[in-house]
Design a protein around this ligand. Structure first.
Ligand code: ZN
Length: 310
């Protein structure tokens, strides 16, 4: 049995300003609501075209923003799984004490309950886990976590960008994970609650995001939509033996500058320079390939099928 799960982190543009060290005042009303008004409808259309089940990781604090509750209700009605991407999307969530982490998780659950959903899966902001964070996720009864991202080139690039922004006097709000993540399993595993990037006895399952073997190339939306296509094809092929292809996208993977995104942000976030039309065409091709040789499921369904096997 080989599975593929497609998920989209619905990070809105203010979160990108925080990573890039840019002021959120750059964003007008249209830019602030572009995930709800443009990205989600485009994604739902793409999923419908390909008959592809999908999961949205929702930031609790964004649920109350313009148009978001309505867009999430439409997604839920279309069969999309809604899971938690934390309430505050605080990049330092993993470094907070467990009580504060639990309060954040609870607030996201309350926000999702306003659209009629109880989340059963979690993805950490900035893909960064810690023992208190995973323990809180497990204690709140989530069936899975999908945050582990053992991608060496990504890790090195993130460190370099954070260093450069700090030299420019525009420190990023992102944090760099422990290098231990680079030794984490690349395929689904039962984590240790004391060391989330190691195997252990937790009741929940950890579903790492797709990272190509050997090269450590991160097979996520940014890569799939903007890397040279031959490299995308090669990385895709290198993942063919994995029991799960856990393909993670972001809402901005279906947006571009013409959607009203400020030039300053587009200059920094270079995948926004690729047109949404081109990105949607690439994603469509990949969804079709995944459907050709795998059972496509939500991340929750992947967790339920794989948990007895790991
Ligand atoms: Zn995020």
């Amino acid at each position: 049995m080989r599975l593929s799960a497609l998920s989209v982190d619905l990070d809105s543009l203010p979160h990108y300003c925080r990573i890039q060290g840019l002021p959120e005042s750059l964003l007008d009303e249209r830019a602030r609501s572009v995930v709800a008004t443009k990205a989600i409808p485009r994604l739902l259309e793409l999923f419908a075209q390909h008959g592809a089940p999908a999961t949205f990781f929702v930031i609790g604090a964004d649920v109350a923003t313009d148009g978001m509750a309505q867009a999430l209700k439409a997604s839920h009605a279309a069969g999309v799984e809604l899971a938690s991407h934390s309430h505050s999307h605080d990049y330092a969530l993993s470094r907070l004490p467990q009580a504060q982490i639990e309060a954040d998780l609870l607030r996201c659950e309350e926000a999702l309950s306003t659209v009629g959903v109880k989340p059963l899966g979690f993805r950490a902001p900035g893909y960064t886990l810690s023992a208190p964070l995973l323990a809180a996720v497990a204690a709140r009864g989530y069936e899975y976590d999908s945050s582990t991202f053992p991608a060496t080139p990504y890790y090195l690039a993130k460190g370099a960008v954070m260093g450069a922004l700090s030299l420019l006097g525009r420190p990023s709000r992102a944090i760099l994970d422990s290098p231990r993540v680079l030794l984490a399993p690349r395929t689904p595993y039962r984590p240790s609650l004391r060391a989330p990037y190691s195997r252990g006895e937790a009741a929940l399952i950890e579903l790492p995001m797709a990272v190509a073997p050997l090269t450590g190339l991160p097979f996520i939306g940014t890569f799939a939509t903007s890397a040279p296509w031959l490299l995308v094809e090669a990385a895709f092929r290198s993942l063919r033996r994995d029991a799960l292809f856990n393909f993670e996208l972001h809402a901005i993977d279906v947006l571009d500058q013409s959607d009203g995104i400020p030039t300053e942000l587009v200059r920094q976030q270079r995948d926004l320079q690729v047109s949404a039309r081109v990105k949607l065409a690439r994603l469509g091709k990949l969804f079709a390939w995944l459907g050709a040789d795998r059972d496509r499921v939500t991340v929750l369904e992947a967790a339920r099928r794989l948990r007895p096997l790991v």
